[in-house]
Write a protein that binds this ligand. Structure first.
Ligand code: 7JE
Ligand code: MG
Length: 208
């Protein structure tokens, strides 16, 4: 059977990127996807460099592109936990993350966000996160944000960074973080990966 797109992406990484060099992995994926200048270029690097987060949660790994972009910027000892629901994507992402040499900073967990968010404390010993990157099913952004609040995983200053707030769009989540007194929210305009369609990231700081 034909290879899948994630399998072809992994082959491109193993062919074109240097093992242990995260930047070369990012360039190989950009080249493979012909990524235009993506919201990730504005959002992740700026936010991660400003924040210097120790504990990062990513909801939605896919092939590990944003995982590598964020993890390569983390200081020594910092950890990124990334949740991926789809086993095929998780298998590819593990190899992309390993190729980048970031496996000791990243923990990839297979499963659904709603199952794993309540287990962060007892399973990973994580009290609160400094940064959460939301990039999974768009109808899960809001319920999972409320779940993280209820589980006490957000502290004063925790930053939520949400991808695709315009396309495919997450209207219920946007309405919530922009109107809730518990968040200070701002929008980074960009465009959807591979296209010229408008998209953007919403950065929301939890006020406690
Ligand atoms: C519960 N749970 N917990 C963890 C978790 C992880 C997953 C998977 O990683 C997964 C699989 C498929 C799709 C997504 C969401 N992503 C998208 O749907 C998306 C779409 C577009 C776009 C935009 C315009 C188009 F025309 C087509 C696609 C652009 C984007 O950047 C996206 O992120 C996430 C699923 C549920 C999960
Ligand atoms: Mg996305």
């Amino acid at each position: 059977t034909r290879s899948t797109r994630p399998q072809r992406l992994l082959k491109a990484v193993q062919k074109n990127a240097t093992r242990g060099d995260p930047q070369s992995v990012i360039s190989a994926i950009d080249h493979f996807c012909r990524h235009s200048e993506w919201a990730m270029n504005i959002g992740d690097e700026k936010v991660v460099n400003e924040l210097n987060p120790e504990k990062v949660l990513e909801l939605g790994t896919y092939c590990g592109y944003s995982t590598v972009r964020i993890a390569r910027l983390l200081p020594p000892g910092a950890r990124l936990i990334t949740l991926e629901f789809n086993g095929d994507y998780a298998a590819i992402a593990r190899q992309v993350i390993a190729w980048a040499g970031l496996e000791d900073k990243v923990q990839l967990v297979e499963g659904a966000s709603e199952d794993w968010i309540p287990r962060m404390k007892e399973h990973f010993g994580i009290e609160t996160f400094d940064l959460v990157f939301l990039d999974h099913w768009k109808d899960r952004y809001l319920p999972d944000t409320k779940l993280m609040e209820d589980c006490g995983l957000l502290r004063k200053g925790t930053v939520l960074l949400a991808d695709n707030v315009i396309c495919p769009g997450v209207p219920d989540y946007l309405q919530y973080v922009r109107n809730s007194l518990s968040y200070k929210s701002c929008y980074f305009k960009s465009h959807l990966e591979y296209t010229k369609a408008e998209d953007g990231l919403e950065k929301s700081v939890f006020l406690g």
